[in-house]
Unconditional design. Structure first.
Length: 183
């Protein structure tokens, strides 16, 4: 077993790579605001499907999407920067790319992770719509703490599970494999 000081450099390398990748991804996404990329990712990819699912679940809501606002006759959910859930996906992408794993494992992790982050983003917006409409007293707690934090925790748990299946933890990434012996 290695000492904590032997594990520290690989964990530090992971953290630095993660921070740099996340900064680059976030910078790229911020630079795309107001472009066709934002329209495809946010409007077409997240807000249109969210509005459609609300319509299917509750047709009497008469929900429509106007710009970045999910609106019904009795509620108006403005989806501002950061509320669409893209940041959670970018956080996961940065972690998966920074982690020392094979490209095959990363691609599998990205595919499953994308689905997890996407479902969480859409579910969060649906929950916020129905909270605003039917439980406005719960809005502050759900909007301000629970629903922003829950996707981060779920995506973090997914990353930790994936990193175990990828065979290495960030702390043990640079350790030499232990030779296997047969008896």
């Amino acid at each position: 077993m290695s000492s904590p000081s032997a594990r520290a450099p690989s964990a530090l390398v992971f953290v630095v790579k993660f921070a740099l990748l996340f900064a680059v991804l976030m910078g790229g996404f911020e630079a795309s605001r107001g472009t066709v990329i934002e329209r495809v990712v946010v409007t077409d990819g997240i807000l249109v499907p969210t509005t459609t699912l609300i319509r299917l679940a509750a047709p009497d809501e008469h929900v429509e999407l106007v710009g970045h606002t999910i609106r019904s006759p009795s509620s108006k959910l403005n989806v501002t920067r950061g509320c669409e859930g893209v940041e959670v996906l970018l956080m996961l992408v940065a972690a998966l790319l920074a982690f020392p794993a094979t490209w095959r494992s990363r691609i599998r992790g990205l595919a499953i992770g994308f689905a997890v982050a996407y479902v969480l983003s859409v579910a969060r917006l649906i929950a916020l719509h129905f909270t605003l409409r039917y439980a406005p007293g719960a809005w502050e707690a759900l909007h301000g703490l629970i629903l922003p934090l829950a996707p981060i925790l779920v995506v973090t748990a997914y990353f930790l599970l994936w990193s175990e299946s990828a065979g290495r933890s960030p702390a043990s990434a640079t350790q030499a494999p232990v030779p296997q012996t047969r008896e």
